[in-house]
Design a protein around this ligand. Sequence first.
Ligand SMILES: C[S@@+](CC[C@H](N)C(=O)[O-])C[C@H]1O[C@@H](n2cnc3c(N)ncnc32)[C@H](O)[C@@H]1O
Length: 257
Amino acid sequence: MTRPDDQDMRGTLREAGKPWVHLAPDYEKARAREDSLDRLVEWPAQREILGDVSGRSVLDLGCGNGGKLVVLVHDGAVASIGVDISGNFVADRPPGLELINGDLSDLAAIPELAQRKFDRILFLQSFGYTPDPVRTLREAKSLLKDDGYILLTRTQPIRYALERAEENSTSLGEEYFSGTTFSYRSGWNERIALTKRSYTVSDLLNIFSAAGLWIETAAEPQLSEDAGRRHPHKLAWMNKYLGIIIFKLRSLDQTKE
Ligand SMILES: C[S@@+](CC[C@H](N)C(=O)[O-])C[C@H]1O[C@@H](n2cnc3c(N)ncnc32)[C@H](O)[C@@H]1O
C-alpha cells in the first residue's frame, strides 16, 4: 500500500544513513560495554539462530565495524562480505572476509556483489535505513543461494511509539499507528539524531510478503535471569521497551522446487 507522502518520506530516509559516518565509533564503543544489550541479548540470540556456519558464505548488510563477521569467519564462515555506509571497519580481518564501504539500499550498485550468491544474508539492526524496504529485500533475495536465508532484526516498534508518546504527551496507539518519520537521539551520542519511519508489526509482515519471503522463525530474545540480576538497569529497560524481534526469512521461490 502506498501512502500519499511516501515520496517525501523516501527522500528523508535516503539521508538516514548519513549520521552513521560520525556515530559509528560511539556505537561500537557502547556495543563493546559489558552491559550492552547487543552483548547480553541480541548477538547471542542472532548467533544461536545462525548455528553452524562452517563453509557458509555470509553477507552482512549494515555490518557496523564488521566485528560480528570476524567472529563468524573464525567459526568457519567463508567468502564473506560486510557492507556498511560508515566505513568504520576493524583493521584486523581474517582471510575470507571483505569489508566494503557501501549503501545497503542500492545493492546493485556494489560491484563486489555482482554475480555473487550467499548462504546467509544479515540485516542486524540496519534494515530501518533503507528508504525502500521491499526493493532492498528483493535485491537481497536475488543474492541468496537456493537454500539460503535472510536473518533480519528490528527494534520492537512499540519502543519508539512509547518513547514518542511520552515525549509528545500522546498515546501509544497514536504514535504506533502514525506512519510518520521521526527523529530521535540515540543513547550512543546525544548530539546525533537518527531518522526512522514509524512502523507496526503488520508493516513488517507485509514488507516480507511483498518481497516474496516467508518467515521460518521469529524470536523476541530476552535477558537471562543471571544477566538481569547483574544489570538491573538493563532489565528495567527491557521490561519497558521489549528489545528486538528477529526474523529468519526464506524465499517463497524455494518452496516451488
Ligand atoms: C545499529 S547499527 C548495527 C550494526 C551491526 N549490524 C550490529 O548488529 O552491531 C546500524 C548500522 O547500519 C549502518 N547503516 C546505516 N545506513 C546504512 C546504509 N544506507 N547502508 C549501509 N549501512 C548503513 C550504520 O553505519 C550502522 O553500522
